[in-house]
Design a protein around this ligand. Sequence first.
Ligand SMILES: *[C@@H]1O[C@H](CO)[C@@H](O)[C@H](O)[C@H]1NC(C)=O
Ligand SMILES: *[C@@H]1O[C@H](CO)[C@@H](O)[C@H](O)[C@H]1NC(C)=O
Ligand SMILES: *[C@@H]1O[C@H](CO)[C@@H](O)[C@H](O)[C@H]1NC(C)=O
Ligand SMILES: *[C@@H]1O[C@H](CO)[C@@H](O)[C@H](O)[C@H]1NC(C)=O
Length: 492
Amino acid sequence: MSKLLSKKQPSAAVPWIEKEKYQKNKDPYFKFLVNPHFRYTALLFVFLSLWFLFQVFWFPPTKTHYAATTVSAVTTTTSYGVHQNPRTTVTLSSPKCNGRVSVYVYNLPEEFNVGLLQDCSHLNVYTNMCPHVANRGLGQPLDNMELGLSDVNPWFATHQFIAEMIFHARVENHPCRTWDPSKATLFYVPFYGGLHVSSKFQEQNHTTRDALAVRLADYLEDQPSWREHYGKDHFIALGRTSWDFMRTDSGPDFGANCLLNLPPVKNMSVLTVERNPWQGSNQHGIPYPSYFHPSTSDQMLTWQRMLRRSNRPYLFSFIGAPRKGVDKAAIRDEMIKQCAESTRCKLLQCNHGNPKCYNPAEILRVMRESQFCLQAPGDSFTRRSTFDSILSGCIPVFFSRHTAYTQYAWFLPEKTSEYSVYIDEQGNGSKRIEAELSKISEEEVERMRATVIDMIPRLTYAHPNASSTDLGFEDAVDVALDALAHHVRTKI
Ligand SMILES: *[C@@H]1O[C@H](CO)[C@@H](O)[C@H](O)[C@H]1NC(C)=O
Ligand SMILES: *[C@@H]1O[C@H](CO)[C@@H](O)[C@H](O)[C@H]1NC(C)=O
Ligand SMILES: *[C@@H]1O[C@H](CO)[C@@H](O)[C@H](O)[C@H]1NC(C)=O
Ligand SMILES: *[C@@H]1O[C@H](CO)[C@@H](O)[C@H](O)[C@H]1NC(C)=O
């Protein structure tokens, strides 16, 4: 655990550590005041407190939210673990809940989630989703991967738009789950909205296309738990981008439904792999799932160790296909051209259905042999590839701020230059990528790579069957629940 929680952890983790200190020192604090022998210690404590307050008020609002909960956490005596249930492995010492996070999972009518899977071959107009929805969304196990030392295979050919299923499976088995709505701080609505919307992309009749989303909204408004806070402590997690759920009458029709524009859903928090940076104030970015779903911290540490030793002969690499007629993807042609011309770039061209592009082992191999991985916007701003790149210890290079910086605030370090390179796609730098990357010193590259490798646990979806005691690190779902609980407290 301590190895994973290195100094380079995203800054959001810092207030948690502060909170533990603050709680531990609560009782001695009063002793300091009456006992002169402790005056020196008291002074030190006051200094530390002032420093902490300074941190709190110096930094912008997100930090202040954490601070507000720090104060309330001191007076909170309820601790998670009182709602024992035979189906979970509840431990009172769980480092993650401690009364801060307590999530109730709605038992929705099946048409909103598992019922959709019965027709898995028609969930996506382009692909048969049946292999991908297997193993609760992890997909098919990969057996051509390294890391053979563990008995439970952590590698799966996970589909990029399946986060909603994995999230559901993880929360169902999460130590912070409660079966008692009156004890819940969060209400999770496990709707497989991404799978559903993609099954209706070609539905011309908008009423029909929106019907299930509208039924969900009606269902929620009828729930007693909803009325308590108008749904402000409710959330959904979606495995597709927000654009797929924000159809407007004036905008182009590319198959989206209106889920995120429905009034009840606007009151909820929406976790999505790509938020709308302009109209998505209730939307929070969550990582695309990659291929690694470890059950133990041992598997995670082993993988991180292998990455640190990885030989990286290529300065940079690009994996992707050219896009036709998408303005914001023009940079892709430029990248393919520059990469093909450079001896220090590894190009994996994905047009004409190149099978290597669908082979996770091949993708991760290319990325593990590269120092930098170019992340061009494609059909939308974000890419799953960003998370494959981080999983490979390859420093991502972004060309749009919306590929990561405006998306994943809960997960990424605040200071973007600690873990990534930004080359403005309009600027001169994008015309000479190799020269731009060569300017970065070797020490700087090493430092960034160390940060990237340290970021992996928080961006990983652990195996849903992992027991919280074996897991030993905070994965993407843990981070999201923590952050969400704090966010919701500021709203209700
Ligand atoms: C989790 O464990 C259960 C019970 O052993 C098993 O049936 C299920 O397939 C496992 N889930 C995954 C995703 O492997
Ligand atoms: C769309 O479907 C609804 C409900 O099935 C129906 O009432 C309506 O007439 C349809 N609209 C069009 C334009 O076909
Ligand atoms: C959304 O929240 C507001 C209060 O902020 C409330 O007035 C409104 O009724 C809620 N909407 C729904 C659909 O619950
Ligand atoms: C970009 O290149 C053009 C032409 O070489 C030059 O005039 C301009 O100043 C450069 N811009 C920046 C920001 O360096």
